[in-house]
Design a protein around this ligand. Structure first.
Ligand SMILES: [Zn+2]
Length: 459
């Protein structure tokens, strides 16, 4: 574990997106950060189109000014590589690098995460922008941490992915006989006589082969990890003093083996947004924090993002009542997070996330009423009250086909966010885990955020 360079004690701050605001607002931001005791902000997470508006033409001047301002204000920076959201020119020039759904639909530019991690052009563009950022900012005094990409998890089923999947399978099974045996392809006439016949689990008429689905999930975790490692190595080569990490995200849609990834990051960092507005949010928070502690091997880790005042679930925004943000933050800190970070410092002026409330001023006031983390938060961090249980993650379980199956059980509970295993019967083939009695609203793949499938919990 390496800690952000130049940051002492708890990290306190969040995502800061100055590119969304006029420059005259930046000075006020930094002054308010100082008052709130902010010491670390994530910058540039979605700024690729502002940093490289055309291929090979870089516009770093505004980022120079932002980093200088933050440095003068004593605020350190987790500088992001902006690769989670390629700019328009890239998607136009490389349509084969746009992601393809299981049903064959190629998604177009216009949102975020419109990339395919198997596309050679995308991987090359990522290395290039990472190299340019490293060359310019590795020695900047404000840069304390490299924040690679954002919330790795986007899946693609295109032909690039198919070719890479076959290579991964050949490495894993060596022979087609071994693959056919592992996937039980004698069932429903799926026997493969040539590697070229094997594809990602694309949309099909009825139930997919669970072995194929499971292996594709394993493969995609490795493919995303390879993309991360490429950027990490570029950044490390520019200056080994700045640690490198990426922010893990939770959810049934995330095909990432976070425990395995933990060996490749300098610091385990998670984003956590409970998907339950009720008491379940506290359960999810505790479980996510214990998972992070496990991934970090008992060493300190970092809550990189959390929501200061809202829980989004079921298509609605629920306001956190006073004190809840502090309770969630302390739950993370008590389980080993050396800090609490939020999304985001200032609300966006518009755009798809316009309804996301800012963390502006809120964290400081709530956590300590003085604008700074209170002493009892620091004491909690100094002597975490850990539960005697350490989660071990059997990922991914062959008993829980991802996104397959169907659950109608009353007591199945699994959400689009962190899942919470409890003792009790598992219901049906969906892989959901029993919890308090509640109705399952999910009826098919991708139909709801309340999917019953969960990344298999551990025992
Ligand atoms: Zn693809």
């Amino acid at each position: 574990m390496k800690w952000p360079r130049g940051v002492d004690g708890l990290c306190y701050g969040g995502d800061y997106n100055p590119e969304q605001w006029p420059e005259d607002v930046w000075r006020e931001d930094v002054a308010l950060m100082r008052r709130a005791g902010v010491n670390l902000v994530s910058v540039g997470v979605f700024a690729w189109s502002r940093l490289e508006p055309e291929e090979g033409r870089y516009t770093f001047d505004w980022l120079d000014r932002v980093l200088d301002l933050l440095d003068a204000g004593g605020v350190k920076v987790a500088l992001a590589t902006p690769t989670a959201s390629p700019p328009p020119w890239f998607s136009l020039a490389h349509p084969d690098a746009l992601p393809v759904r299981a049903d064959g639909t190629r998604l177009l530019h216009g949102s975020r995460d419109t990339y395919c991690a198997s596309a050679p052009a995308y991987r090359e563009a990522c290395r290039r922008i990472a190299r340019e950022l490293a060359r310019r900012y590795a020695d900047h005094p404000a840069v304390a941490l490299w924040h690679v990409h954002n919330e790795y998890g986007t899946v693609c089923h295109c032909d690039h992915a198919a070719a890479a999947f076959r290579a991964w399978l050949r490495d894993r099974y060596r022979t087609l006989d071994a693959l056919n045996d592992a996937w039980t392809t004698a069932f429903w006439s799926q026997h493969y006589a040539d590697w070229a016949y094997v594809f990602p689990p694309r949309a099909t008429q009825y139930l997919p082969n669970p072995g194929q689905v499971l292996d594709f999930r394993r493969f995609w975790s490795d493919e995303l990890l390879a993309a991360y490692v490429e950027q990490r190595d570029v950044l490390r080569a520019a200056g080994p003093d700045v640690p490198v990490t990426t922010n893990y995200v939770f959810g049934a849609w995330v095909p990432v083996d976070h425990a395995r990834w933990a060996r490749e990051v300098d610091l385990v960092a998670i984003d956590h947004y409970p998907s339950d507005a009720g008491p379940g949010a506290e359960e999810e928070t505790a479980f996510a924090a214990d998972l992070a502690r496990s991934w970090a091997g008992g060493r300190p880790w970092l809550l990189m993002e959390s929501a200061p005042n809202l829980v989004y679930t079921g298509g609605r925004m629920h306001a956190k009542e006073p004190g809840r943000m502090a309770r969630h933050s302390l739950s993370h800190v008590a389980r080993g997070s050396r800090g609490a970070m939020f999304f985001q410092w200032r609300a966006p002026r518009g755009g798809p996330n316009a309804s996301t409330r800012p963390s502006y001023r809120t964290p400081g006031r709530t956590a300590g009423c003085t604008g700074k983390p209170s002493n009892w938060v620091r004491r909690s961090a100094a002597s975490p009250k850990w539960t005697p249980v350490r989660w071990r993650r059997a990922w991914p379980s062959p008993g829980a086909p991802p996104r397959g199956g169907r659950c109608k059980g009353r007591d199945c509970r699994g959400t689009g966010s962190t899942t919470w295993p409890r003792c009790g019967p598992r219901t049906g083939p969906c892989g959901g885990w029993a919890s308090r009695p509640t109705s399952c609203r999910w009826t098919g793949p991708g139909r709801s955020r309340t999917s019953c499938w969960s990344s298999p919990p551990t025992t």
